[in-house]
Design a protein around this ligand. Structure first.
Ligand code: PBG
Length: 346
């Protein structure tokens, strides 16, 4: 009985901030957070409509200033996405040395050196004219291609070779971490081999291992102009009804050489975060608080319906409590500032 009822008054341990802090199970630090940044290939800086407070940055001073401000707040890790006007069938700007992400990597490494780490999303959807995360093979005759509902498949094996080229391109430009997000089978193995063969055995792979086919990516797709022009991503991203399948996806990525695994989105999938952490406690686990999660809190805050700071900190604590070591969040910069006040708030 002792085990079930250690005390008759749990409230004793809630009576002051000091004692609550002393017995708290979960911590949150700026060093856990990663800030995603959108890098444009042309045109001026723009605020993202569906994500107030987040911007698309051209290569230049505004990007340096944004990173500098974040560093000032305590953020040390950034995840870069390319946003391109110039798209084609195979996303060739992704493996171009002059693409937006390699250019940003070089500039930020020159400016900030080893005081930050730079991560890069490895995928095709920002760079392909059809918006899919891989190479599309059409099953219709040519005159029907790009019809509203064409018959097509996303070609797994043709795609992972391109991911490998993209990863090497980013590593050459200075990426510390590459993060394949396309949910193609075998992508981690293809990337690890290519990195090792090109002298980048120190580059870390953070794999989007259990990435769900989620509506919560909506604002991101506006931000990155990456919505599929036809069909959806259900043939490669995970089915939201499945939790245990995440164990299989994570196990396969580890087998292939992933260093960090990820669950995405975060808040609607806290059960999956917990499940992965319990099954692989020794593996660093990231969770991605995605664009739709950001926009929901932001919209409520802008309407005066939620206390933004407290909602953000509570959501991040919840993701850490579920078992994430690393959190990728558009709130990284603000949260880092707010965390320093957290002791006074919980
Ligand atoms: C690219 C990618 C996506 C996100 C991260 N990498 C979009 C998608 O799969 O459609 C979503 C991030 C977010 O919503 O914040 N494959």
């Amino acid at each position: 009985m002792y085990y079930r009822f250690p005390t008759t008054r749990p409230r004793r341990l809630r009576s002051s901030r000091i004692i609550r802090n002393m017995v708290s199970e979960t911590s949150l630090s700026p060093s856990n957070l990663v800030w995603p940044l959108f890098i444009k290939d042309e045109g001026p800086i723009e605020q993202i409509n569906s994500m107030p407070g987040q911007y698309r940055y051209p290569i230049g001073d505004e990007l340096i200033k944004a990173v500098d401000d974040a560093v000032e707040s305590g953020v040390r890790a950034f995840l870069l996405f390319g946003v391109t006007k110039h798209k084609d069938a195979v996303g060739s700007l992704a493996y171009d040395k002059k693409g937006p992400v390699p250019m940003a990597l070089k500039m930020l490494k020159d400016t900030f050196g080893d005081s930050i780490i730079l991560m890069t999303d490895v995928c095709l959807c920002d760079y392909t004219e059809h918006g899919h995360c891989g190479v599309v093979e059409f099953k219709d005759p040519p005159e029907l291609q790009y019809a509203k509902q064409p018959k097509y498949v996303v070609d797994n094996d043709a795609t992972i070779g391109i991911y490998a080229k993209i990863a090497v391109n980013y590593a050459e430009a200075g990426a510390d971490v590459v993060a394949p997000s396309g949910m193609m089978d075998g992508q981690v193995k293809a990337i690890r081999e290519a990195l090792d063969n090109n002298g980048f055995s120190d580059v870390v792979i953070m794999s989007y291992s259990s990435k769900y086919a989620s509506t919560f990516y909506g604002p991101f797709r506006e931000a990155a102009d990456s919505a599929p022009k036809f069909g959806d991503r259900r043939s490669y991203q995970m089915d939201p009804r499945n939790a245990y399948e995440a164990i299989k996806e994570v196990a396969m990525d580890l087998e292939e050489g992933a260093d960090i695994v990820m669950v995405k989105p975060a808040m609607p999938y806290l059960d999956v975060i917990r499940l992965v952490k319990q099954n692989f406690p020794e593996v660093p686990l990231a969770a991605y608080q995605v664009s739709g999660e950001y926009s929901m809190i932001k919209a409520a805050a802008l309407n005066g319906w939620l206390n933004e700071k407290m909602a953000v900190l509570e959501s991040l604590i919840a993701i850490r409590r579920a078992g994430a070591n690393v959190i990728i969040t558009y709130y990284a910069k603000d949260a880092s500032r707010w965390i320093t006040e957290i002791e006074n708030n919980f």
